[in-house]
Design a binder for this molecule. Sequence first.
Ligand code: PEP
Ligand code: CO
Length: 450
Amino acid sequence: MRASRSDWTPESWKVFTALHQPSYSNAAAYEDVLARITEKPPLVYPGEVDQLRTRIARAASGEEFILHGGDCVERFIDCNAETIANKLKILLQMSVVLSHAARKPVLRIGRIAGQFFKPRSNETEMINGVSVPSYKGDTVHGFAASEREPDPERLLTGYFHAASTLNYIRSMIDGGFADLHHPYSWNLHSIRDTANWDEYQEIVENVLDSIHFMESFGGVSDASLGRIEFYTSHEGLHLGYESALTRVEGAESQRRWLGLSGHLLWIGERTRALDGAHVEFFRGIANPIGIKLSSKADAGQVVELCETLNPQNDPGRLMLIMRLGAESVSEALPPILEAVTSRGHQVAWMCDPMHGNTTTLSGGRKTRAFASVLQELEESFRLHREAGTTLAGVHFELTGDEVTECVGGSIDLNEADLETNYQSYCDPRLNYAQSMEMAFLISRFLRNDR
Ligand code: PEP
Ligand code: CO
């Protein structure tokens, strides 16, 4: 059912079908938590959201390149200084490598400070031979098999974990963590003996050399080397939580609503139905928004999503995050590029080479092959070049820690190695070495395109 599109409110989604929402047995307790979240300050400020929108518009037209990445799902236990610092560090180091290769600024957006909710394809999963409700994120319930009953108090706990993560990121940036004069260590020891090492080492040396040159030349102020911008994002899945953090802004004539749980929110592949509650909610918030699109999306649907979610065709409003899979990308991407561009829709085209390349091993572990991730990226760069469109950026599930979740890369992690340190509660992430190597390899494509 679709109500009239003119009567949007932060709660108008409620008359549409909302998929992947937890069901709370105590409705009064749930409403009470939402009311308390509504009274809390928003997590981000409207001016920052507007800056991000401007920068996404610049990336869409090829003036910047976007690096969007982080965990599949954030865990409350990872809300600690070291893990947060590692998450920021990997994105920073990748971004300087990419920026150096592309000769343009890199816009960094973390899947961080709010990526606590997961849609799941199956309602149940097996843990030690017992079927339990699938894990949907720490803001919904606990990870332990015995804690899978949704608990509304966890929404508030999630809000505070997001606030604490964001506070630490902001203070690290203000305190000089991102200062390029003092590059934090590049821990590349694990790829030191591999075939491409000479090339990688040369890239790092060139990057550091350029920083020193800028400093000594004096053409760049100290302030611009020491300060970076960093934006947060997550899937806007839990509509009760998102609407509790949606706030009105501006004088009467320019009143607008913003989802202030993060700078950028995206609609997932499983909840992007045109007549669904998520599309209804997202059409009314003024943030930049992403839409995840798998190879199941047809070009007509994508065009309709663009029309519904960006009727004014504002640049910087829409990011189409294509997660098509290495096998499907060459068939699936061109018709969508053609349909969207021929109708004049301005969008930022992103490549998420993770979500279409997930495999499940016989023991039940999910993994992704580094080679498939790279192949989808390479194909995407080529297809955009052939279509005359711009690949605005890349979207990864990654972490700055030494986990063992994806196979391959020059560290040659194999299936047996996955048990060594598999931490993810949901999808497998590239680890520190695999992420850095991915940035070095993307550098080749960016140099070709410039
Ligand atoms: C995700 O980004 O973790 C995710 C669930 O993606 P998608 O909606 O593309 O499946
Ligand atoms: Co994921």
